[in-house]
Design a protein around this ligand. Sequence first.
Ligand SMILES: Nc1ncnc2c1ncn2[C@@H]1O[C@H](COP(=O)(O)OP(=O)(O)OP(=O)(O)O)[C@@H](O)[C@H]1O
Ligand SMILES: Nc1ncnc2c1ncn2[C@@H]1O[C@H](COP(=O)(O)OP(=O)(O)OP(=O)(O)O)[C@@H](O)[C@H]1O
Ligand SMILES: [Mg+2]
Ligand SMILES: [Mg+2]
Lengths: 259, 259
Amino acid sequence: LPRILAVVNQKGGVGKTTTAINLGASLAASGRRVHLVDLDPQGNASTGLGSEAMTRDHSTYDLLLGDAALSEASRPTQIENLWLVPSTSDLSSADIDLMTNERRTHLLRNVLRAESVASLGADYVLIDCPPSLNILTLNAMVAADALVVPLQAEFFALEGLSQLMLTLREVRQSANPALRIEGVVLTMYDRRNNLSQQVEADARGTLGEMVFQTVIPRNVRLSEAPSHALSVLEYDPQSSGARAYKALAGELMAREARE
Amino acid sequence: LPRILAVVNQKGGVGKTTTAINLGASLAASGRRVHLVDLDPQGNASTGLGSEAMTRDHSTYDLLLGDAALSEASRPTQIENLWLVPSTSDLSSADIDLMTNERRTHLLRNVLRAESVASLGADYVLIDCPPSLNILTLNAMVAADALVVPLQAEFFALEGLSQLMLTLREVRQSANPALRIEGVVLTMYDRRNNLSQQVEADARGTLGEMVFQTVIPRNVRLSEAPSHALSVLEYDPQSSGARAYKALAGELMAREARE
Ligand SMILES: Nc1ncnc2c1ncn2[C@@H]1O[C@H](COP(=O)(O)OP(=O)(O)OP(=O)(O)O)[C@@H](O)[C@H]1O
Ligand SMILES: Nc1ncnc2c1ncn2[C@@H]1O[C@H](COP(=O)(O)OP(=O)(O)OP(=O)(O)O)[C@@H](O)[C@H]1O
Ligand SMILES: [Mg+2]
Ligand SMILES: [Mg+2]
């Protein structure tokens, strides 16, 4: 079965989607088979990988409703070894639509851990989450083996970390005791400014080894790439952003090898 | 009665809170009496203005439930002419808590347009919204006279604008026909990179006069200020960020004078 990683942080604009796309593309470039699940109704990961909103027949909403298996909903992207289950704006009403469903936090887990998934030969499932600790992010946290937490090197993002840790603990106590943190990755790091360094010192001080050694620098190539429906690895492979995400993938695979 | 402005954009991290705080502080510095309403369960505006989570007796949740009037919930900040109704994490369950309430999209409107508000002598109410078109943002859009839309000069943010415009139209057709756009303000603008310029050209091309002339530059002082519980005007009044928000306030007041 694939290793299921949820990319989570309820703070907006901290690099969840950029990490889901580029960590996914980096793992794929190393020969791993990666399925990216876009759980954000805003569908940035889908758009950033060139998935046109009109042509998406099966979506992550169908996964949640149990109307499609992963093998039916996941389709190839232009990146070798990278598949995508695209988002739909229907997801924005998920909290209310799923309210009366007793298993509403386990819907994605049921799909991603179904026996049929084994035949896909997938190595990783990466779930991109919206900026909210709502039913969608809860589904991702209940489904996942581990969390990848992008931490923007700025004040408001650091403040939000404790809320995320509380939610992690709740999910471990109620629904997914095996859930752990794969790692916290500092994003949009700007070496020239003091605030980045302070947030890094703070994060490493409180979270220690949980923080990846790899730091993702602020690099305009990362924000340009999705406008061409490319990962940064294809858009500008020599950029600091591309090299950082390749290093992150390497560090992540090394960590898992040690387990 | 005060002019009610909602700071909205469902995309995360585009500068809603930074705009709410610093536009609010700039209007206050010009002698306007401003009440900032923090409608985001993550409470960044509240934290950024030094409001301690423990000491918040009345919150925006009490406003929504009709348990407090604006005069009861709004308290002074360390900034002259700037008051705050702080957030609470209870807001995160608002979609579900308010589901059976027939007036659930009008709750904030009822409070902010109540007769008793006139006695406050407020010139502006600024509402900081979460990164979602959920019941909280809908309440803000139904309550508001106009929207201030921060538009981060990047691809994903530009993509999200059409979704916001659709929601604006729906709200105008169903609940608040007088709702208009005060203006779209380009944020985190980086003159050195092409993407900023392209997004600006795109925005001005499609939205014309709706886009403020004032552009908020990327300036680290804006991200440092909240860690000191200060607006950028107090933290570094000569910074490009402070000057830009003062210019934005001036442009906004000039626009309203012409109406
Ligand atoms: N390291 C980086 N350098 C420069 N720009 C970046 C970097 N990482 C992300 N960005 C850009 O910053 C913006 C926010 O990133 P992104 O959309 O990935 O965050 P997010 O957490 O997924 O946001 P949301 O909460 O809205 O889903 C995007 O425009 C993205 O292209
Ligand atoms: N012009 C700017 N220059 C530099 N940093 C900025 C600027 N504007 C905002 N920031 C920083 O960028 C981050 C995102 O901004 P902010 O929190 O205001 O966005 P938001 O839209 O309110 O996010 P959310 O969707 O999570 O509520 C914050 O850390 C903020 O301090
Ligand atoms: Mg995203
Ligand atoms: Mg905010």
